[in-house]
Write a protein that binds this ligand. Structure first.
Ligand code: NDP
Length: 470
């Protein structure tokens, strides 16, 4: 099946992909499984060398990859940063993984004659299903540690942003990795077929699709590591550095046009700071420039997926209809593609969609609070629990509030730090995900099953030891 692909800067269909059907996905899976024996035989050092070659192959095609990615996403600088980030991740995992898994025999506590040792057994074929907001990063963030662990990997990128996959596949081939790493193009049906063909699935996307993937994985009794949506709150307490809070709030909300899972989507400010915060935030928001008509300037890229623009329009209209006021921004602009300037909203309440549903765009709804308890209740009033942020006079005060937030990661005196810092293991709370951390070293160890070798070094017990009259 041919799938038309829209260009986010022009709004025109200028690309098509051929969707892999379930037979094609199954054939790819079979090919990758055949490649596994050789991959495992290379050992960690051999696989690290192969991934280093992959990094070089990516660098050699940097122009092609980032150009395709820039067309997919309508933004240039972040495309370059995605590629740098992937190469950094390869180097980081190569450095971190040797000696990471505990080995060796341990004597039993109750019976020292029985010893045990772990044997780490990687999953065979890992499936990766990725969304459209950071197409390269989120296609490779799980694939790199899985490959190092000794798994083969099949990636299904989003049909919304598929152009980068061709030069990426060229780099895979040039590095000699085609027997253990494959990219299949397609839509949700291809994604379903992938879940049916793999032994472990890493899914990044919406809660609704994540639920479907979880059900399909449960039917097959394979693990699903789910990285889903968020509605991240930022709390600004009295005593916070106001300029720093405004800087972090704006970047944390509108970087990548807010199309990031860990974007700040709700802001709660102490009454004494509120008026000043809103006016400084609006002034800073108004300085942000769209990257149209010139892609090489500005901070705000287009809304990548046109259906997302409908959600943004709906949330703004719903908020205004229920009494919110737009301080700045608020209009989805049609320049061929669709853009929205950072939009500050006040007089918002938790009855409004903008405070309850994932936005995935550059909206900054700001609400006032009178005491810390109220701020914590408001921040925790959500189905999501991806991440959160707290500004306070110092780290200890921010951490004291952060510990009470229902969120897998809390940025203290900054916002959305999980986008920039991947070393701290974290899980997603509530509907924001399931499974072990993708961040930190757990991002590698989760690709192994732990086999126990249990050795009797004394004499096996006879049946008579369990006789009723023993
Ligand atoms: P979707 O859930 O719509 O799609 C994600 C991927 O799943 C796409 O490749 C999609 O294919 C595929 N897919 C669709 N249906 C199925 C199915 N039934 N079985 C298997 N795969 C399927 O998410 P979006 O692409 O819209 O991405 C935005 C979402 O991603 C937001 O909710 C965001 O918060 C979340 N996200 C989470 C992150 C995290 O780390 N927690 C990071 C980044 C984003 P296709 O697109 O071709 O239909």
């Amino acid at each position: 099946m041919e799938i038309p692909v829209r260009n986010p800067r022009t709004g025109l269909i200028d690309h098509h992909i051929h969707a892999a059907d379930s037979a094609a996905v199954a054939a790819t899976a079979q090919h990758l499984r055949r490649g596994l024996a050789g991959w495992r035989a290379m050992g960690l050092a051999g696989r690290a060398a192969a991934l280093e070659a992959f990094s070089q192959a990516l660098a050699a095609r940097a122009g092609e990859i980032t150009n395709a990615l820039a067309t997919d996403t309508g933004r240039q600088r972040i495309a370059g940063l995605e590629l740098d980030g992937v190469r950094g991740a390869i180097a980081g995992w190569i450095a971190a993984t040797p000696g990471l898994l505990p080995e060796g025999w341990v004597a039993g506590r109750g019976n020292p004659a029985i010893n045990h040792a772990p044997h780490w057994v990687p999953y065979h074929l890992v499936g990766v299903i990725s969304p459209w907001n950071f197409p390269l990063t989120l296609s490779l963030i799980d694939a790199i540690p899985a490959l190092l662990a000794g798994c083969a990997v099949m990636i299904k990128p989003s049909e919304v942003t598929p152009r980068f996959a061709r030069p990426l596949a060229d780099a895979v081939a040039a590095a000699g990795l085609s027997d253990v790493l494959a990219i299949v193009q397609g839509d949700g049906k291809t994604g379903q077929a992938l879940v049916d063909a793999v032994d472990c699935v890493c899914f990044t996307g919406s809660v609704a699709t994540g639920r479907k993937v979880a059900v399909a994985a449960a039917q097959r009794l394979i693990p699903a590591f789910l990285e889903l949506g968020g509605k991240d709150p930022l709390i600004v307490l009295e005593g916070a550095d106001l300029d720093a809070a405004v800087t972090a709030a704006l970047r944390g909300s509108v970087l990548a046009t807010g199309q990031a899972c860990q974007s700040i989507e709700r802001i709660y400010v102490a009454r004494r700071l509120y008026a000043d915060f809103v006016s400084r935030l609006a002034a800073a928001a108004e300085k942000a420039r769209l990257n149209t008509p010139d892609i090489s300037q500005g901070e705000i890229g287009p809304i990548i997926f046109d259906r997302q623009a409908e959600i943004l329009r709906h949330q703004i209209e719903d908020a205004v209809a229920r009494g919110a006021r737009i301080v700045t921004g608020g209009v989805v602009e049609d320049h061929g593609g669709l853009w929205l300037r950072p939009t500050v909203l006040v007089d918002v309440t938790h009855e409004m969609a903008v405070m309850r549903e994932e936005t995935f765009g550059p909206l900054l709804p700001v609400m006032v609070f009178d005491d810390v308890e109220q701020a914590i209740i408001l921040a925790n009033d959500s189905q999501y629990g991806l991440s959160a942020a707290v500004f306070a006079a110092d780290t200890d005060q921010a951490a004291a509030v952060g510990r009470r937030l229902v969120a897998g990661a809390v940025s203290l005196n900054d916002a959305a730090l999980t986008a920039l810092f991947h070393e701290a293991p974290k899980q997603s709370f509530r509907d924001s995900g399931l499974g072990p951390s993708r961040m930190g070293l757990d991002g590698y160890t989760r690709f192994f099953r732990r086999q126990a070798l249990i050795a009797q070094t004394g004499h096996p017990l006879p049946l008579a030891a369990f006789a009723e009259d023993a």
